[in-house]
Design a protein around this ligand. Structure first.
Ligand SMILES: [Zn+2]
Ligand SMILES: [Zn+2]
Length: 259
């Protein structure tokens, strides 16, 4: 299984998961040209895309739908809430439905959606399994609740939100009501929230953790990494934890995880 976050942040999101015989994109936050540039950068320029999965309807996850559809007939999977939330989904062909907590498969890739707390119609994270490898993606969530933490157990890789630093957000440029929204349980996960998971419910199994959806205004990649690294070394003293952590970027793909 190969996993790459092609781009992450409020400017656009897309993740690519490739198995022996299946390639799936999670979210379509980039137009066709940008998507293909990113796929080419990680050596997947000629990759056939079997399906797209949408986490939720916010534009940074869906604004590439129309552009994608004019070049690819791959089915786009979204739950009913998200389908109703995205106007581009009303008119396109090739829509597929899924329900949370009901596992399904695309080719040899097992998929399960799980609800997350975020201010969208029906937001979800995803858990994936293929070839004996498990992984999960949870970004755009205001809190990492016990049911979500349960879905992250036993994973070999994780893509987790580390959106903002609470101190930077509080003194930063956002208006008060936007700050309240980001901080709320329907907003985004902070560096501090993620550290709480890494020193709490995290089972320590994942050998690679990608920090995703970093805010450009209210976070700093070094600070996000430092928080997560400090949390891991506190929870798992003596092991060299830094190798587990990777950043994701708005403008370029992350490292390619290869299992
Ligand atoms: Zn987002
Ligand atoms: Zn969102």
């Amino acid at each position: 299984m190969q996993i790459t976050v092609l781009g992450s942040g409020s400017g656009g999101n897309c993740t690519c998961i490739v198995t022996e015989n299946t390639c799936v994109l999670v979210d379509l936050g980039f137009g066709w040209r940008s998507l293909n540039r990113r796929l080419q950068e990680v050596g997947l320029g000629d990759q056939h895309i079997d399906a797209v999965l949408l986490t939720h309807g916010h534009s940074d996850h869906t604004k590439g739908i129309a552009s994608f559809r004019s070049h690819s007939a791959a089915p786009i999977f979204a739950n009913p809430g998200t389908q109703g939330e995205v106007s581009a989904m009303e008119t396109i062909d090739g829509k597929e439905n899924f329900c949370s907590n009901s596992p399904f498969a695309i080719g040899d890739l097992g998929i399960e959606a799980f609800p997350v707390s975020h201010d969208a119609a029906e937001p979800v994270g995803f858990r994936f399994s293929a070839e004996g490898i498990d992984g999960a993606l949870a970004t755009d969530l205001g809190e990492l609740s016990p049911p979500v933490a349960a879905k992250l157990r036993g994973c070999d890789w994780l893509i987790l939100e580390s959106n903002h630093d609470e101190q930077m957000l509080k003194i930063g440029p956002y208006p008060w009501d936007v700050k309240q929204r980001v901080l709320s349980r329907l907003g985004h996960l902070s560096n501090q929230d993620l550290s709480g998971f890494l020193t709490g419910d995290f089972d320590g199994q994942a050998s690679h953790i990608l920090l995703a959806h970093l805010s450009r205004q209210n976070n700093d990649p070094d600070i996000a990494l430092e928080h997560a690294s400090e949390a891991l070394s506190r929870q798992f003293p003596g092991s060299a934890e830094d190798h587990r952590l990777h950043l994701t970027y708005q403008n370029k793909p992350s490292v390619v995880l290869d299992f």
